[in-house]
Design a protein around this ligand. Structure first.
Ligand code: GLU
Length: 496
């Protein structure tokens, strides 16, 4: 049996840089890598690419790990769980990177370059003027090893450049198909900077080789790096892995995803109370589909069906409305107790109640959640919709539109007062909610009024809003005594 990348269990990696919060594009890359590994019984490696010392922090690293775990992804090897190719933080592998750079240099596959930034700048300007290829002109490639040694001995600083061989290469990208490039279009790029630190393109290949990565699945923005990396694989004596470049995620305006078309960090959706399974599901739809019809599916279904060949080449449109709709579908799949548990932190964070207050009114809070369940899309939407239940009667704010609608009914204050009298009498016989609904309608009809003549001012008085949950439910949740107090207050405010 041969041991090509196709036949051995794949080893894939997600390699985030902890220089910021986890981007949703990164989260999708992680999901697809994870699904691919799980589908084929392979390993999913988490490697932290923290070589940008100034911008990388352990806090961002922690947040990335937490974000992935929140989505339901587990990794087989990584900085926190270890593994056979530890360490999994790039910064801890520096000695190995420098060693490999030294090997390339001694084989003549890389060379020291002493050109100053002024010279390189002048070269770039000259090439721009001549409209010629923008690339290093290989001046230092001609230096003999004695010359290099002498200049180093004299204290001159150098970078290490990769010596791009002549020729051309074609790779089969598992998503994009054939990708061809001429080596002449690849610059002799810098592997080690003058401070001795390696660059991204260099370390990524060193680590992928050392970690036995078989498939590199990553965003299309890295396609530009692939030629450099493929050539380096060969120079280091490794076999290039298979590549799969995932389509860019675009906003509904067709442009790169930005704050304008939707938040870009996973944490934003976490704090906006999107159910994690909905986020994972939606991210999977960014460039992949289970089949032509089912949009809602589990991670198990993703794993059972995922194939790189099914990932689309074209940009995936990140449609926030659809995302919200999908989140709502997940919200409705939850039982009321589950949903109440998930919504509670948002209600507390919004300052409506403390944890112990919610705990004390647990059954009541579940009733509230049950009433709003059909209307919310995310957990965090709940507090805004139920704030009227938590404020004092005096503090109840009237929505401007709701107030305008109620004011259209000239007799509203009087109708409200008469209704309060009737309600007090009617409640004495403890009607069911349905009986009360029917009786209310009959009461309005008997007075020769249309339903909005009571319902609009009443809703305003009870909730301050123009729409929302059923009014009888609303009054029951608020309590009938407090409802009557609000009706009187509402009548006064409308009369004033
Ligand atoms: N560290 C790179 C990034 O965060 C990923 C590199 C790769 O996947 O090759 O974009």
């Amino acid at each position: 049996m041969n041991s090509t990348a196709v036949n051995r269990p794949p080893r894939v990696r997600f390699a985030p840089s902890p220089t910021g919060r986890l981007h949703i594009g990164g989260a999708r890359t992680a999901l697809f890598n994870w699904a691919f590994a799980r589908r084929h019984g392979g390993a999913f490696v988490l490697r932290i690419e923290d070589t940008d010392f100034e911008r990388s922090t352990r806090e961002f690293e922690r947040a990335i790990l937490d974000g992935l775990a929140w989505l339901g992804i587990r990794w087989d090897e990584g900085p926190d769980v270890g593994g056979p190719h530890a360490p999994y933080r790039q910064s801890e592998r520096l000695a190995r990177h420098v060693e490999l750079a030294g090997n390339l240099r001694s084989k003549g596959l890389a060379y020291a370059c002493f050109c100053s930034s002024e010279r390189l700048e002048a070269l770039r300007e000259q090439q721009a003027r001549d409209k010629s290829r923008q690339a290093y002109d290989r001046t230092c490639a001609l230096l003999s090893s004695e010359q290099v040694q002498a200049r180093h001995a004299a204290g001159e600083k150098s970078v290490l450049r990769f010596k791009v061989p002549s020729g051309s290469t074609t790779i089969q990208d598992r998503v994009r198909g054939e990708v061809h490039f001429e080596h002449a279009d690849v610059d002799d790029w810098v592997m080690l900077r003058s401070d001795g630190l390696p660059t991204y393109n260099f370390v990524v290949v060193c680590d992928d080789i050392d970690m036995r990565i078989t498939h590199v699945i990553r965003g299309e923005e890295h396609l530009i790096n692939t030629p450099k990396q493929v050539l380096l694989y060969t120079a280091l004596g490794g076999t290039p892995p298979e590549f799969a470049h995932l389509p860019l995620m675009l906003g509904t305006d067709g442009k790169k995803l930005s704050k304008r078309t939707g938040d870009t960090s996973l944490e934003d959706y976490q704090s906006q109370g999107y159910p994690p399974a909905a986020v994972a599901n939606f991210l999977c739809l960014q460039g992949w589909a289970l089949d032509g019809s089912r949009e809602i599916f589990t991670l198990e279904q993703l794993v059972a069906n995922f194939a790189l060949e099914d990932v689309s080449k074209g940009g995936a449109i990140f449609d926030l409305d659809k995302f919200r709709w999908l989140a709502g579908e997940y919200v409705r799949q939850e039982t009321v107790p589950e949903l109440a548990k998930h919504c509670a932190p948002h209600v507390i964070a919004a300052g409506l109640a403390s944890a112990s207050e919610l705990e004390q009114r647990h059954a009541w809070f579940e009733q509230v959640v049950a009433c709003e369940r059909e209307r919310i899309h995310t957990y965090a939407e709940l507090p805004g919709r139920i704030a009227w239940l938590f404020c004092t009667d005096q503090d109840l704010a009237f929505d401007a539109k709701a107030l305008e609608a109620a004011r259209k009914h000239a007799q509203a204050p009087q109708t409200l007062r008469e209704y309060a009298t009737w309600l007090t009498a009617t409640l004495a016989s403890s009607p069911s909610k349905d009986e009360l609904r029917t009786a209310m309608k009959a009461w309005v009809a008997a007075r020769g009024l249309k339903l909005p003549a009571l319902f609009q001012p009443l809703r305003l008085a009870i909730t301050g809003q123009a729409g929302g949950l059923d009014l009888v439910d609303a009054m029951e949740l608020l309590g009938h005594e407090q409802s009557l107090a609000r009706i009187e207050l509402g009548a006064r405010r409308l009369a004033g």
